[in-house]
Design a protein around this ligand. Structure first.
Ligand SMILES: [Zn+2]
Length: 432
């Protein structure tokens, strides 16, 4: 399916442009990381009763452990080896990533080695590795200029550090309904950004070549946003591979960043008072700088079009989540439809790659009692987007956020297949 596109793209640029793309690879990068030498990633098994949950949460919060994932009876955290004693007396603990593995995985990529690759001869070079922000931006500019009949580069807004939050708009008929696909909310979830790029690339380049894609683009306009949090993404390349939040300042000088997925104004809840925490929600609703830009963008867009669906890509754990996240007591009015489509998405992934993605309501199996202010709930409730989903991509815990680059194309393929399913479902193709 992939074409000899990189050479095509580079062929269309002049030498100066090629050099500027390559030289961004050569910029001096500092060594990682702010993470301390004793860190490891562990999975804690617990009993899921109220006392046990409260006790565990207390330990996690007190020690400011960084939560990577949670399931019904397990929670995965990155923590300091010295903090293990308190946990291991009460809980069964598995080490997922040793200190050495973690240290190796978060190393800054060897930028110089990248420049030695003959990128012009590599058909799918762009998807063979994760790409830094500067390369993604050049690539987006190039792709939209080469396919300018149906692809437009748009600005969603500005980041806190004044970068443009860029997106593609695919399709040019203003009367059509719109589907939004976005990623990069959490900086360290690199696979979400590469997957968005893979989806965009295929939709853009296969239009007028593939009947199924033609139908999709003829039925809907697509807004595709590779990273809503460019400052954070850049920070993960230059300073700290495991950074999660954005980069705005807080009320404490040395603690930076708000968790954008906890700062939306619907059912917002103070996650904790500690702005050093990776899950700091801000002190008030809607303080997240880039999430606020997205809200304004969506509200403006809705003056001219109906947004029928939104998919927000995250990592990891292979789950398809639908509203609500903030609790399981309030039932979304269209729960059956949300469930039905989620199961279809999950099936479309399995048929493509044999990988299992569990579909469920976001509130289920969660001991962290602070899922207020999520984008998923805001999209569904306040923005009234009937089909709102968050998909957590590969893997199921072996590498977590440090997913090897060999997964980029397979993950892209399986999620692209689910996007085709999403479009067909929203178009009513499966109604009898
Ligand atoms: Zn995330």
């Amino acid at each position: 399916m992939l074409l000899k596109w990189w050479s095509t793209l580079l062929g269309a640029t002049n030498i100066y442009q090629q050099q500027s793309i390559i030289s961004t690879y050569q910029q001096e990068q500092n060594t990682l990381s702010t993470y301390n030498n004793n860190n490891i990633v562990i999975k804690i098994n617990y009993n899921n009763n109220k006392d046990d949950n409260n006790n565990l949460l207390k330990i996690i919060n007190k020690n400011n452990m960084d939560i990577w994932d949670y399931q019904t009876n397990t929670i995965t955290v990155m923590t300091n080896k010295n903090q293990l004693n308190e946990l291991s007396s009460s809980y069964n603990i598995e080490e997922l990533l040793s200190n050495k593995e973690l240290k190796n995985a978060i190393k800054i990529p060897d930028i110089k080695q990248k420049t030695n690759l003959s990128i012009i001869n590599e058909d799918i070079y762009f998807f063979k590795d994760y790409q830094p922000l500067s390369i993604i931006t050049s690539w987006m500019e190039l792709l939209s200029s080469l396919y300018s009949n149906h692809t437009f580069l748009i600005n969603i807004g500005k980041s806190y550090e004044n970068r443009n939050i860029k997106g593609f708009k695919i399709g040019n008929d203003e009367n059509k309904k719109t589907i939004i696909i976005m990623g990069g909310t959490h900086s360290r979830e690199w696979i979400s950004i590469s997957t968005i790029n893979y989806i965009a690339y295929n939709l853009i380049t296969l239009y007028e070549k593939d009947e199924e894609i033609n139908k999709m683009i003829n039925n809907f306009n697509f807004i595709i946003i590779p990273t809503i949090n460019p400052d954070g993404y850049l920070y993960t390349w230059e300073n700290d591979r495991l950074w999660r939040k954005n980069r705005q300042s807080t009320h404490i000088d040395y603690c930076t960043g708000i968790d954008l997925d906890k700062s939306f104004p619907f059912q917002w809840k103070l996650s904790n008072n500690d702005p050093c925490s990776e899950s700091f929600s801000g002190l008030l609703p809607n303080q997240g700088y880039e999430s606020n830009q997205l809200i304004n963008f969506i509200q403006n867009l809705q003056k001219n079009t109906t947004i029928v669906g939104i998919i927000d890509l995250h990592a990891y754990s292979q789950q398809i989540l639908y509203p609500f996240g903030y609790n399981c007591h309030d039932i979304p009015p269209s729960l059956e439809n949300l469930e039905e489509l989620a199961i279809g998405l999950s099936k479309s992934i399995r048929l493509q790659s044999n990988h299992i993605y569990i579909s469920k309501q976001a509130c289920k199996g969660n001991i962290i009692d602070n899922l207020g202010g999520s984008s998923l709930d805001w999209f569904y409730h306040d923005a009234n987007i009937k089909y709102s989903y968050q998909i957590k991509l590969r893997d199921r815990g072996a590498y977590g956020f440090l997913l090897p680059k060999e997964h980029i194309i397979p993950t892209g393929k399986e999620i692209f297949n689910s996007i085709l399913y999403f479009g067909k479902y929203l178009n009513g193709d499966f109604e009898f």
